[in-house]
Design a protein around this ligand. Structure first.
Ligand SMILES: Nc1ncnc2c1ncn2[C@@H]1O[C@H](COP(=O)(O)OP(=O)(O)OP(=O)(O)O)[C@@H](O)[C@H]1O
Ligand SMILES: [Mg+2]
Length: 256
C-alpha cells in the first residue's frame, strides 16, 4: 500500500476494490451510460465525507441544485443541513451566462468550505457549453507542454478544442489539492472510447465505469474499476444496487 494517503468514499463495497480508498489528490473519472447512478455516487461521496469532517464541494452543470437536494433526500442525506453547517457547498453553474471564469468560481467554493473533496458533474455538459467558459491565460503559461504547442498568448478563450480544454480542466482540478470525482458520459452501443470527449480517461488518475447491462428482459447495474494509479485495483465487474441507503457494490461473481 506504500505511503499513499487514501480518502474513503464510504460507499459500501467500493473502497475495498481500491486498497481502502482513493489516493489523496486524485481525479477519479466516473463514466457510464445514462441513469446508471453517477450523480448519486458523487453525492454519497460528499455526504460521507462531510459526516467524517471532510468538507466537500459539488459543482453541477447538469442537474439543478434543487433536484440534487430532492434526490439525496430519498437516501436520507440532508444536503441542506450540511450546507447550513458549512460542511458542503453545492454550486449550480448558470448556463445562461457567458465568459464565465469557471476555474475561479470553483476555487472560491473550495476555499469557502475548506473542502478536501470535490465532485464535478459533468465534463460532458462542460464540453457542450464550452463557448460560455473563459480560460485564464495562466493555464497556458503554467503548463509548459500546452504553452509549447499554443504559444504564450495573452488571452485565450475556449470554443476551439473541446479535448484540449477538457484536459486543461482536469489538470486544473488536480491543482486544488482536493480529491475529486469527475463525472462524464460514455457513448452507448458500439464503444470505441470510454468517454464522449475521448481524453479524460487518460487525463484522470482513476477511471470507474458504470453500465446498464441487459440480462434477459431486464437490465442490471454493473461497474468496474478500470484504472487507479498507485493502486492494485480489483479487476472484476461488479453488480451494484441503489437501495434506500444509496449505493452498494456487490462482490464479484467470479467463475473459475
Ligand atoms: N430512490 C431511489 N431508489 C433506488 N434507485 C433510485 C432512486 N432514485 C434514483 N434511482 C436510480 O438512480 C438512477 C439515477 O441516478 P443518477 O442521477 O445518479 O444517474 P446518472 O448516471 O447521474 O444519470 P445521467 O447520466 O442522466 O446524469 C435512476 O435511473 C434510478 O435507476
Ligand atoms: Mg447525473
Amino acid at each position: 500500500m506504500g505511503n499513499v494517503g487514501r480518502v474513503k468514499t464510504g460507499i459500501p463495497g467500493f473502497d475495498e476494490l481500491i486498497e481502502g480508498g482513493i489516493p489523496q489528490g486524485f481525479n477519479v473519472l466516473i463514466t457510464g451510460t445514462p441513469g446508471t447512478g453517477k450523480t448519486i455516487f458523487g453525492m454519497q461521496y460528499l455526504y460521507n465525507g462531510a459526516m467524517r469532517g471532510e468538507n466537500g464541494v459539488y459543482i453541477t452543470l447538469d442537474a439543478k441544485k434543487s433536484e440534487l437536494i430532492d434526490q439525496a433526500s430519498m437516501f436520507g442525506w440532508d444536503l441542506v443541513a450540511l450546507e447550513k453547517q458549512g460542511k458542503l457547498s453545492i454550486m449550480e453553474v448558470p448556463m445562461d451566462k457567458v465568459e464565465m471564469d469557471l476555474f475561479a468560481m470553483i476555487e472560491e467554493q473550495v476555499q469557502k468550505v475548506k473542502a478536501t473533496r470535490l465532485v464535478f458533474d459533468s465534463l460532458i455538459n462542460f464540453a457542450i457549453n464550452i463557448d460560455q467558459f473563459k480560460v485564464p491565460v495562466s493555464f497556458i503559461i503554467s503548463n509548459p507542454e500546452v504553452a509549447s504547442v499554443m504559444g504564450n498568448e495573452k488571452t485565450y478563450y475556449t470554443g476551439k478544442s473541446e479535448k484540449r480544454i477538457t484536459y486543461l480542466l482536469v489538470n486544473e482540478l488536480s491543482k486544488l489539492g482536493t480529491t475529486n470525482i469527475v463525472i462524464t458520459a460514455a457513448p452507448e452501443g458500439e464503444k470505441t472510447t470510454l468517454t464522449m470527449d475521448g481524453v479524460s480517461e487518460f487525463a484522470c488518475d482513476g477511471v470507474v465505469v458504470m453500465y446498464n447491462t441487459l440480462i434477459g428482459a431486464a437490465h442490471a447495474k454493473t461497474m468496474t474499476v478500470l484504472k487507479m494509479r498507485e493502486t492494485h485495483n480489483d479487476p472484476y465487474i461488479h453488480d451494484f444496487e441503489l437501495n434506500p441507503k444509496g449505493f452498494k457494490v456487490k462482490p464479484a461473481e467470479v467463475y473459475q
